[in-house]
Design a protein around this ligand. Structure first.
Ligand SMILES: O=C(O)CCC(=O)C(=O)O
Ligand SMILES: [Mn+2]
Length: 206
């Protein structure tokens, strides 16, 4: 039987998290296997390793990034300011697919490239002013399965929540998620292959 690459495994499933709206789709149907799209993005993206300043010292981020979006969609976080690269055909196709599944439109995307188990993103909330209040963020994972950890900021009695994000999965965060919770991808002790994550966002002029 032919597999319909465009069909999703299920609809977005809510993740039980107080004070948050998080949904997961285990398999977003794509026109090609997720791992081959990952390899294409690794090959074709002008990756950058940004540095962040913490207490006056500069540290290279433990991952590579690229920022794409409509003209004027400047993204500033920590001490970093990213001017958008113009959309590619591949990213426009992925955006259309993600918008259909998430029921929301996006004007920009941050690509994160985790080269191996030592790459990570520290706990943070996506709460920069240019994202506006209660932002909708849709996050597509391609490649190695990694664990996303959520920690509640506003109620310390809440236990951390760990979600495994497999290749081709889509995670949607909306509502008060960023106000009440932090999230991050931890380093792993086991060897890991490469993973590319795309977080689609809507930037507003401020
Ligand atoms: O790689 C991921 O799944 C998370 C990325 C993320 O949180 C971000 O780019 O803000
Ligand atoms: Mn984030």
């Amino acid at each position: 039987m032919m597999t319909d690459l465009f069909s999703d495994s299920a609809t977005l499933e809510p993740v039980a998290m107080p004070g948050a709206e998080v949904y997961c789709l285990r398999h977003l149907g794509l026109d090609r296997p997720a791992d081959s799209i990952r390899d294409e993005l690794i090959r074709d993206t002008p990756w950058r390793q940004e540095s962040v300043t913490v207490w006056g010292r500069r540290y290279p981020q433990p991952r590579l990034v690229a920022w794409y979006g409509d003209p004027g969609c400047v993204y500033a976080y920590s001490s970093i300011r990213l001017e958008p690269l113009p959309w590619t055909e591949r990213l426009l196709a992925l955006r259309a697919r993600v918008e259909r599944a998430a029921g929301h439109s996006f004007n920009s995307v941050l690509l994160n490239y985790y080269r191996d188990n030592n790459d990570s993103i520290g706990l943070h909330s996506d709460d920069e002013p240019e994202l506006g209040p209660r932002p909708v963020i849709a996050s597509l994972s391609l490649g190695e399965e990694r664990t996303l950890i959520f920690k509640c900021k506003t109620d310390k009695r809440q236990q951390p929540i760990r979600l495994t994000l497999g290749s081709g999965s889509l995670l949607v965060m909306k509502g008060d998620t960023q106000a009440n919770w932090k999230h991050g991808i931890e380093k792993e002790t086991r060897p890991c292959g490469p993973r590319v994550n795309l977080t689609f966002r809507r930037i507003r002029a401020i």
